[in-house]
Design a protein around this ligand. Structure first.
Ligand code: FES
Length: 92
C-alpha cells in the first residue's frame, strides 16, 4: 500500500465548531479512518471557519460539506456520508 496522500479532509476549527467539541471528535475520526484503511491516504487538517457555523461541527471533503458532526453523530456521518465519498475518490 502506498503512503501517498490522495485526499484531504478539512475539519473546522472555528470558534463555534470548537465550542461544539471538535477536539473530542478528531480522535474518533482518526480512528475511523484507520479502521477503514485510509491511514496514509487521507490527510486530516484543521480549517478556519467553513461558513455554516449553526450547523457545526463542519467537515469538508472536496466541495462537499458534512454538517452537524458531533460525538453522537460522527460514526453515522462517517458511514453514511464520509465513507462513500472517500471510496469514490480513492482506492486504499
Ligand atoms: S466555526 Fe465551524 S463553520 Fe464556522
Amino acid at each position: 500500500m502506498s503512503t501517498k496522500i490522495d485526499e484531504t479532509l478539512y475539519v473546522c476549527m472555528g470558534s463555534a465548531c470548537h465550542q461544539s467539541g471538535v477536539y473530542q471528535v478528531l480522535p474518533v475520526l482518526q480512528r475511523l479512518l484507520e479502521e477503514h484503511g485510509f491511514e496514509g491516504h487521507i490527510a486530516l487538517k484543521g480549517a478556519f471557519c467553513l461558513g455554516p457555523c449553526m450547523d457545526g461541527i463542519v467537515i469538508k471533503l472536496g466541495e462537499r460539506l458534512i454538517l452537524q458532526v458531533n460525538l453522537h453523530t460522527i460514526e453515522r456521518k462517517f458511514q453514511e456520508e464520509i465513507l462513500p465519498l472517500l471510496q469514490q475518490g480513492t482506492q486504499p
